[in-house]
Design a protein around this ligand. Structure first.
Ligand code: GLU
Length: 436
């Protein structure tokens, strides 16, 4: 019994919701609202049988969790990864609720996941799996119910298949059921780089506040997927020195910084991260050190950007972090125990629920465009994203200064206040007491 309850109290979901308790006293909301947010609204577990190319049958496990829908439909990505678990999906759904609330989107939070290593599947197997998943969860999603999107190892093509499958089930074309679609199928311009760009706008606000010059700033980025690549590209274009990047196989370090467009080109063509400099199609190898993902986190840099998976900065390595600023493009890269260590060391952590909110913000733009049937030019997407990210970054930053708290607590306090007010408006004990 004892062992079971200990294991239970250590789940990633429990670690995630513990953040609410520290933010609660700054949010001025009813305790009943806090209690509501500790329990996901809907948890769905499905089995997805897939006929593989060799004729055999494999059955995959999938999940969709709608954590909350007080402020609007559930919203959040679908992840394909061999380590997906229900607890992880619950935590990711909870973070989506808080993320949407921090930047003021009319959404709750949701997340989905399939236990699969997508690199082992052919494209046709992936399509059958994706369509099969939608058939299983179709009753629980919809433009006004819960709106999925891409996440780790899912992409625009997969979103297109999912939208198509859902549209067939409901017998009408329904682009607003899912975001992050290919542009010709109703996707929004600017959704592809939105997560990295949102984090970049946060760094630009810090640049304004601290008054540094980009070429003095060294950046290390863990994870060279969608978020990491675009963030690196935008920072590099502004003169920032991106001195280290990594993917799931390991990383590379170069004190002078990398030519990021060359790295992106080779990674996307060869699927390998190589220290190269390219002129046109001719690439030559440049001097660089190979480093592990763990070593990258501990580099002597100014800004560290975790852009891969959760639980990377823990109580075991937090004391070794040398960066003065951490910008969390991944969801949940820092554990609660690590946070305490980072705060004591005066490291500024721009928390995931703010730093990586650019993705869901442009997903919101896509949903709005789908519903209106009217599509915006790229500049409009960029301007609107910049307005939201800069405004909400500064609101959280000011709250942090006002209460002398860390930025994560400030972000949660802001999120809690917004959701708490919506929950209270539906009627809590205090609400009824006051109205009698
Ligand atoms: N998967 C992304 C996230 O974690 C995007 C979610 C969305 O666009 O709905 O924020």
């Amino acid at each position: 019994m004892m062992a079971e309850s200990t294991a239970e109290s250590n789940t990633i979901f429990d670690d995630a919701i513990r953040r609410l308790d520290s933010a609660f006293s700054y949010a001025e909301i009813d305790p009943e609202a806090l209690e509501m947010l500790k329990h996901p609204k809907i948890i769905i577990q499905v089995s997805i049988p897939v006929r593989m190319d060799d004729g055999s049958l494999r059955v995959f496990d999938g999940y969709r969790v709608r954590h909350d829908d007080t402020c609007g439909p559930g919203k959040g990505g679908i992840r394909y990864h061999q380590d997906v678990s229900l607890n992880e999906v619950k935590a990711l759904a909870f973070w989506m609720t808080c993320k949407c609330a921090v930047v003021g989107l009319p959404y709750g939070g949701g997340k989905g996941g399939i236990v699969v290593n997508p690199k082992e599947l052919s494209q046709l197997e992936l399509e059958r799996l994706s369509r099969g998943f939608i058939r299983q969860i179709a009753d629980f999603i919809g433009p006004e119910v819960d709106v999925p999107a891409p996440d780790v190892y899912t992409n625009a093509m997969i979103m297109g298949w999912m939208m198509d499958e859902y549209s067939k089930i409901v017998r009408k074309r329904t682009p607003a059921v899912i975001t992050g679609k290919p542009i010709p199928l109703g996707g929004s311009l600017g959704r592809d780089d939105a997560t990295g760009r949102g984090g970049y706008y946060c760094i630009k606000e810090l640049e304004r506040i601290r008054g540094w010059s980009p070429d003095d700033i060294r950046v290390a980025i863990q994870g060279f997927g969608n978020a990491g690549q675009h963030n690196a590209r935008l920072l590099h274009a502004d003169g920032y020195k991106v001195v280290a990047v990594s993917d799931s196989q390991g990383g590379i370090y170069r004190a002078d910084g990398f030519d990021i467009p060359s790295l992106i080109k080779t990674k996307n063509e060869s699927r390998e991260l190589k220290a190269v400099y390219c002129e046109g199609s001719v690439c030559e190898v440049v001097d660089a050190e190979s480093i592990s993902n763990e070593a990258l986190l501990e580099l002597d840099v100014d800004i560290l950007v975790p852009a891969a998976l959760e639980n990377q900065i823990t109580k075991d390595n937090a004391a070794n972090i040398k960066a003065g600023i951490i910008v969390e493009l991944a969801n949940g890269p820092t554990t609660a125990e690590a946070d305490a260590i980072l705060n004591r060391a005066d490291i500024l952590v721009v928390p995931d629920i703010l730093a990586n909110a650019g993705g869901v913000t442009v997903s919101y733009f896509e949903w709005v465009q789908n519903k209106a049937g009217y599509y915006w030019p790229l500049e409009e997407v960029h301007t609107k994203l910049k307005t939201i990210m800069s405004r909400e970054f500064n609101a959280v930053y000011d709250l942090m200064k006002k209460h002398r708290i860390d930025m994560r607590t400030a972000a949660y306090a802001k999120a809690l206040k917004r959701i708490g007010e919506a929950i209270s408006a539906q009627g809590t004990k205090q609400f009824f007491d006051n109205n009698h």
